[in-house]
Write a protein that binds this ligand. Sequence first.
Ligand code: PLP
Length: 360
Amino acid sequence: MVVQKMKWEENVRRVAPYVPGEQPKSKNVIKLNTNECPYPPAPGIQRLAEQLDCDSLRLYPDTEAGKLADALCGYYGVSREQLFIGVGSDDVLAMAFQAFFNSDKPVLFPDVTYSFYDVWAELFRIPYERKALDADLRIRKEDYMEENGGIVIPNPNAPTGLFEPVETMEEIIAANPGSVVIVDEAYVDFGGESCLKLVEKHDNLLVVQTFSKSRAMAGMRIGFAMGNPKLIAYLKDVKFSFNSYTMNMPSIECGAEAVRDTEYFKDTVNKIIHTRERIKRELVQMGFRFPDSKANFIFAAHEKAAAKTLFEELKKRGIFVRFWDKPRISNYLRITIGTDKQMDILLQNLKEILAERKFL
Ligand SMILES: *Cc1c(COP(=O)(O)O)cnc(C)c1O
């Protein structure tokens, strides 16, 4: 079939969109492919959802998401001027790219990292350069001390799970007073340490976090950034030039409740860390190798079995993990940490698949 080119197509902004992990329709699967939390959000959120005052939906929501902002300021010890809230950290990051990456010099990020960064760079026509991770899949700090138009690094990195000490991040931030350094801390609650303590000292640092992983609220879409008041003001200018009412009222209410329940948050995160450490030991026994993850996933390669085969065999058995047929990482599976029960089923199935092929 000949696809006819429309006359107006020349003026279309063509982009290759980000490809999210699969969201299978059936509930009858074990979903370890998109780093969601296997436990429900804080119990207070169920109550709030049931008591939702639907009449208040007539009104536009608070453009500043004040209730949520105050809860976050209290928890993280920052002022309202140091905090920006968005609809998931993807929203925050996309706006930060627009606000801060406007140089002719390339924005720098690792070659193996969150695959949205190059998509935004392409969309906004920002020049960029991917810096190769070393043989152990770690970032090389020297790579980020060259001339650049901005830097974005997840810490822990995804999909490797590796955490770089805050001291290393500070060296990178300090070496780049002329550009904004975004530290994407989507996974920092699972055993890393936040760069938040550096925002008073470094006015070029933007720390970005999300409710999607450690706070079990991917479906609510809440993300936020913390940094110098001037950085935040520029970010808000971009947001309010685009759409003022992005965060809906139920998200503001439920988000604030999630932040209030500190104990539940800590318990949930600790359960996941505990499961992750147990699974690491079990995977090693089965012939897997992986970087030492500080996130809620493990990026594992088997010494004999191809990742693609394992991925496909697990899928046939209703177990979803993530696999990328891309250079350097095509022999790895990214396995989200689920409940202990889900992980036991995963291990059992992996054992069977490996044994069938005499790899065990
Ligand atoms: C999951 C993730 C995000 C995006 O999370 P949101 O759901 O948009 O808040 C951002 N960065 C990294 C590295 C992630 O893994």
